[in-house]
Design a protein around this ligand. Structure first.
Ligand SMILES: NC(=O)c1ccc[n+]([C@@H]2O[C@H](COP(=O)([O-])OP(=O)(O)OC[C@H]3O[C@@H](n4cnc5c(N)ncnc54)[C@H](O)[C@@H]3O)[C@@H](O)[C@H]2O)c1
Length: 328
């Protein structure tokens, strides 16, 4: 049995608490949140105790800790948890600065604690199957990867202001997916972006529409497109073109009923957003972490994957700013 603590009982902390409750090898023992009502709601729901974050970090009855606090807190919490010898499940991004994320990596590696960067999309059954089929050679050599990732609607501008920008907050998942599918590091990147959805996002210094093109050393190409708006729901699609064929992973719909009449065929809208779309992935992600701890294997994706995705986000921000290709 692995005893867990959760730091941060907000949107994603609640998702992880639910996943733990479904896994027989894991037990949520304790939770912390700066808002007492957030901590008590989760503690009550899952029969956990409430402690200060600092107490959980050093608690002798806790084996693993989920870091689900706002990103600005991850750096200190990762350092403290690594020093205390805890296994760490950390939400993305590790930090808004890739240098600071690199410092987290150095501490985690020096202390030798298990660490999973929570790139949940790797655990989506469809995307995982695409990756497995690429690896099995089903489409020959992959040549072009196209990742479409569009949110149903933009977050509040207050969130945008502290998010680190679209590349570090949103496209970070797609950078990791690109690395996951390409199986090679990126050596060249060009980004472009606009503010087409909400002028207030532009006034806050960010973009809401973006496209990034990247290349690996062997010449494989990946194109990512993001929007903070999709009128038909959360748009999450992947296409991989290879020397012997193509793989496509389509959107998840609210239901699979198709209606047909004289105007044509109509399907249900896409699942609304990440909580619904990736529900299965969140559970599989936690299960993989718990299994790795039980077997003593290295959790995957690790902290180096978090740092590498962050470096791509930094490169995209630089490319947008300088209107030039960035060589990595
Ligand atoms: N992988 C994903 O799909 C995904 C989705 C959403 C968020 N995230 C990431 O998860 C993290 C949290 O995001 P969220 O959307 O759940 O935010 P949130 O604001 O809903 O929740 C964060 C919680 O942390 C609490 N908190 C603040 N300071 C604290 C402290 N010192 N100690 C303990 N708790 C504290 C807040 O009160 C809040 O309840 C972010 O890093 C975000 O990028 C990842």
């Amino acid at each position: 049995m692995t005893n867990f603590g959760i730091l941060g009982c907000g949107r994603i902390g609640q998702v992880h608490a639910k996943s733990l409750s479904r896994l027989p090898q894991a037990k949520l023992v304790t939770v912390a949140d700066a808002l007492p009502e957030a901590a008590s709601a989760l503690a009550r729901q899952y029969g956990a105790k409430i402690q200060a974050a600092e107490e959980i970090v050093t608690a002798s009855d806790i084996d693993a800790v989920i870091v689900a606090t706002p990103t600005t807190l991850h750096y200190d919490q990762i350092h403290a948890l690594a020093d205390a010898g805890k296994a760490i499940f950390c939400e993305k991004p590790i930090d808004l600065s890739s240098e600071r994320a690199g410092e987290c990596m150095a501490r985690v590696q020096a202390k030798g604690v298990p660490f999973l960067t929570a790139f949940n999309r790797r655990f989506d059954p469809q995307f995982a199957l695409v990756q497995a089929q690429i690896e099995a050679g089903v489409i020959g050599d992959p040549e072009i990867v196209i990742i479409t990732s569009r949110d149903p609607s933009p977050p509040p501008v207050a969130y945008i202001k502290q998010s680190g920008g679209l590349f570090r907050d949103m496209m970070i998942h797609d950078f990791d997916m690109a690395r996951f599918l390409l199986g090679e590091d990126i050596v060249e990147l060009h980004a472009t972006g606009s503010c087409l959805v909400d002028p207030a996002i532009g006034a806050a210094g960010d973009i809401d529409t973006a496209s990034v093109t990247m290349k690996t050393a062997s010449g494989k190409i990946c194109q990512i497109n993001n929007s903070r708006r999709a009128t038909y729901g959360y748009d999450q699609r992947i296409e991989v073109h290879g020397s012997k064929g193509m793989l496509q992973a389509a959107n998840h719909l609210e239901n699979l009923v198709t209606k047909a009449d004289a105007s044509g065929f109509a399907t249900a809208p896409n699942k609304h957003f990440f909580l619904e779309r990736y529900e299965t992935a969140y559970l599989a992600e936690m299960e993989s972490f718990v299994t790795a701890l039980k077997k003593g294997t290295t959790p995957n994706p690790g902290i180096e994957d978090g740092v590498k995705a962050q470096r791509l986000a930094d490169a995209a921000a630089k490319s947008l700013e300088t209107r030039s290709v960035v060589i990595l």
